[in-house]
Design a protein around this ligand. Structure first.
Ligand SMILES: [Zn+2]
Length: 173
């Protein structure tokens, strides 16, 4: 079966992280490898150190992250939250033309400190194809801004540093 548009976007997001982001734990480049489909609550594994991460690919409007990002099935995610298992999250933003615009990283401990980010949705109604299935949203707006790291494009961080230095100059420091 050919992948759906949503699956294709998901794979594109995983590939963008694999090519662009070194493993946050061991630092090795191009080691974050897609897990087989339906591995619970994780999409990538570092083939060196076993680091796991989730990836959410999304199409950005005006290049900005939305407040809410569609998650996956709530049941297994809820079980992991209750068990104290939190996987870090990569948010990969594309333009409507499928051009990579941004990669943001939310470490696991930030999600653990802000579990209200996980917002369960109502189960699907009886008439739905997957009646009773329940998903969740990530409410990104609840994350503390210091808990999100922009990894791509790399100039962004530099620009922030320059702005910071300028601000110090403005303050006469
Ligand atoms: Zn690693």
């Amino acid at each position: 079966m050919p992948p759906t548009a949503k699956q294709a976007l998901g794979r594109k997001g995983e590939e963008a992280v694999r090519l662009t982001v070194p493993c946050p734990r061991c630092g090795k480049a191009r080691h974050l490898t897609p897990l087989r489909a339906n591995f619970q609550c994780a999409d990538l594994i570092c083939k060196f150190c076993g680091f796991l991460a989730q990836v959410k690919a999304l199409t950005l409007i005006d290049g900005e992250l939305p407040d809410h990002v569609l998650g996956a099935a709530w049941g297994p995610q809820h079980e992991q939250i209750v068990a104290g298992i939190f996987q870090p999250l990569f948010l990969v933003g594309f333009s409507s033309g499928a051009e990579l615009l941004s990669i943001d990283y939310v470490p696991a401990h930030i999600l653990q400190a802000t579990p209200s980010v996980f917002e369960p949705r109502k189960p699907l109604g009886k008439t739905a194809r997957r009646a009773g299935w329940q998903g969740f949203l990530y409410n990104i707006s609840l994350l503390p801004p210091i808990g999100i790291v922009r990894l791509y494009p790399p100039e962004t961080r530099h620009a922030v540093v320059v702005t910071g230095e300028d601000a110090l100059k403005d303050d006469g420091l």
